[in-house]
Design a protein around this ligand. Structure first.
Ligand code: DGY
Length: 328
């Protein structure tokens, strides 16, 4: 079978793929493929291992050919793939959720919250430029985390892991999700809140919802208007969940104390006004970038391909209906 990998990935997973007896082709440039390159190189393949920078829809799947069996996406999020187009064509789509990735993203959300609460990036920049002239009582005043309220929007696995860490800081946690999670309420002491209440009472808000039509730009001027003054917003989920232009306004008006952003509305472009603000901490979509998480992602992405070839249902299939039809 022929497999196309759209970019070299860290860790040992591709060695496993290469020693599987299949033909493995890896894009030989260390950058995202253009749509034209993807169409050309992936044509005739039985499987593709894609990254979140690859846009896959019915047109691409048709161009690759009807032999395509599986699209294995090296990410938890799969909003870069039109899953319904793959399902219609009987192509398996799989993703790579795991404790390792979820923990890494939760840790990064906390890193951003802490960096903003204690103004770490601003202070680091000042120290490096030689502005530290001796202890002063009034420089870089931040806020304590202890006793504050953390609002978590989306209490899936990453949201839960983010919530769990708040215990150590003795914080109150409000959460919002479609349905209540009574187990989490009992185990972690988190409290369900509708969005209006979560906005009104949270000192920190961390986003953990997937990008869908419903969540696109859900954090907009109406949401900012309902938020408590001085809130810190963190987004490690997907950029388009936040309306960036309206975020700039909310930061400028002082409604938000700060924003920690790992993802952007139109990656890799970042609104230049955000980058210029001292109370914004930006990272380049690295929330899952730990060795442990990347190794696990690679292994899962490769296993989904090898399992599909072997006629075994991949663990992380996202369109199970394709499999159910296939085994009838
Ligand atoms: C994911 O897994 O969805 C991250 O955003 C990229 O690793």
């Amino acid at each position: 079978m022929k497999i196309f990998v759209t970019r070299e990935i860290p860790g040992t997973a591709l060695d496993k793929l290469r020693s599987s007896g299949n033909e493995v082709n890896v894009f030989d440039n260390d950058r995202p493929m253009t749509p034209e390159e993807l169409l050309e190189k992936a044509s005739g393949m039985d499987a593709i291992l894609t990254l979140l920078t690859d846009k896959i829809d019915g047109k691409v799947i048709d161009a690759i050919g009807s032999q395509l069996k599986v699209i294995s996406n090296y990410a938890v999020g799969f909003d870069n793939i039109k899953v319904e187009d793959a399902t219609e064509r009987g192509v398996v789509v799989a993703n790579t959720p795991s404790d390792e990735v979820n923990e890494a993203v939760a840790e990064h959300s906390w890193a951003l919250m802490l960096a903003l609460a204690r103004r770490i990036v601003e202070a680091d920049e000042a120290t490096r430029r030689g502005a530290y002239k001796g202890w002063e009582p009034g420089i870089f005043l931040g806020i304590n985390m202890v006793g504050k309220t953390l609002g978590i929007i989306g209490l899936g696995n990453i949201g839960l892991m983010t919530a769990r860490r708040a215990k150590g800081w003795n914080m109150r946690v409000l959460y919002n999700k479609r349905s209540r999670d009574e187990k989490a309420e009992k185990e972690l002491g988190v409290e369900f809140a509708n969005l209006d209440r979560l906005y009104a009472e949270s000192d920190f808000i961390s986003l953990h919802v997937p990008l869908t039509d419903e969540t696109h730009h859900m954090i907009n001027k109406d949401a900012f208007a309902k938020m408590k003054k001085g809130v810190i917003l963190v987004n490690t989920a997907r950029g388009p969940i936040v309306n960036e232009a309206e975020l700039v306004e909310a930061l400028r008006d002082g409604k938000l104390r700060g924003a920690g952003l790992d993802v952007y509305d139109n990656e890799p472009n970042i609104n230049p006004e955000l980058v210029a603000m001292e109370n914004v901490v930006t990272t380049p979509h690295i929330a899952s970038a730990t060795w442990e998480a990347r190794e696990k992602m690679g292994q899962q992405a490769v296993d989904a391909i090898l399992k599909t070839f072997a006629g075994e249902k991949p663990e992380n299939i996202v369109n199970g209906e394709v499999w159910d039809k296939r085994i009838k």
